[in-house]
Design a protein around this ligand. Structure first.
Ligand SMILES: [Zn+2]
Length: 345
């Protein structure tokens, strides 16, 4: 079966099947995960399911819940030769999806379907849509032609334009590898999770959570500065003339900032993996599907308090915080405070 190509993502495909069963398919989804190949596989599986000619399972709404993988439609989609499936990707050099490409894509989407039950438009690396092509796309994204499904795929949801995000439902596929980035970043997450699990909802508790995160970030920054300073001429003990020293100092600052931003991104990504586990918990999926089994008891404790919509809102909130932090001229402490206090834990 098509969905079975994605065994690791079973909880998500199951949630999707429930939506199909109830006829609650949205017209646009923003699909995120850790590998583009998997996201494309997910998109193809969904395309196959919607258009399968001999679906092994039909839902209450009359839509197929799975694909046979053998009929003419399924085969065409596997060979990427289906006339009602449209893909758009960034040009390799510019890493942008240009307005000219978008115009072509929209032209295809607005044609009558050739043979399919559903037409599908897939945007690979949705963060590559620039302002101009996104603007061109908005109207169709808001109101696609009948029986048309739009899938925006991205590994960097925090870089997808807000105007696009807000018009899509979210699908979090999760990762193939355990998250967490560099070693040493898990203990803080454990501290964070257990503080959140015993959280009474009061403001003081929320500031305690914020404290766990900012303390970790401070430690990361210090460690980076120390390491890079040692590696630079400044840390060598050699005599340097003041002008040269000043220049090196500036270079060091820039290097520390760059590395720090990268690590901060990883740290918040690890936090979002945990929030995703909580979301899965609220859906009542089996605990074996969790990315962070070490945090299981905290995960279940928080999941019991939340509705799936609230858990999903948390995931969106952490992305918004990442996006704010990535923009220039932002005060980190303020962005983190605002972002973290909005989480429902
Ligand atoms: Zn089929």
């Amino acid at each position: 079966m098509a969905w079975n190509d994605l065994p690791l993502h079973e909880p998500v495909t199951r949630a999707f099947q429930r939506a199909l069963d109830g006829g609650r398919l949205a017209h646009a989804y923003l699909v995120t995960g850790s590998r583009m190949k998997t996201l494309e596989l997910f998109a193809r599986s969904l395309a196959k399911t919607l258009n399968c000619l001999q679906p092994p399972q039909l839902g209450g709404s009359g839509l197929p819940l799975d694909a046979c993988d053998r009929c003419a439609s399924c085969e065409k989609i596997d060979r990427a030769g289906h006339p009602d499936l449209f893909w758009i990707r960034s040009e390799s050099k510019s890493r942008q999806i240009r307005v000219k490409q978008m115009e072509g894509f929209l032209g295809e989407l607005h044609l009558k379907p050739n043979e399919a039950r559903y037409k599908l438009g897939m945007i690979v690396e949705a963060e590559c849509l620039n302002d101009e092509s996104a603007n061109k796309f908005l109207k169709t994204l808001e109101e696609p032609p009948p029986r048309t499904l739009l899938l925006l795929l991205t590994l960097a949801p925090e870089r997808v334009l807000e105007t696009l995000q807000s018009r899509c439902q979210r699908v979090f596929l999760g990762g193939e590898e355990p998250p967490g980035g560099e070693a040493g970043e898990q203990p803080w997450l454990e501290a964070f999770a257990s503080a959140a699990a015993s959280n009474s909802g009061g403001l003081l508790d929320r500031y305690r959570l914020l404290g766990v995160l900012t303390k970790q970030l401070e430690g990361v920054r210090e460690e980076i500065r120390e390491r890079l300073e040692k590696a630079s001429l400044l840390g060598s003990g050699a005599e340097i003339d003041p002008e040269m020293g000043e220049r090196l100092e500036k270079e060091l600052d820039a290097a520390v900032e760059g590395e720090y931003r990268r690590r901060r991104g990883e740290l918040l990504a690890a936090l979002s993996w945990w929030l995703r586990d909580i979301w899965l918990g609220t859906l009542g999926t089996e605990t074996g599907a969790r990315q962070l089994p070490a945090l299981a008891s905290a995960t279940e404790a928080v999941a019991r308090r939340l509705k799936p919509e609230e858990a999903m809102a948390n995931l969106e909130q952490i992305e918004r915080t990442q996006r704010t932090l990535n923009s220039t001229n932002v005060q980190e402490a303020l962005a983190l405070e605002v972002g973290l206090l909005k989480l429902r834990l």
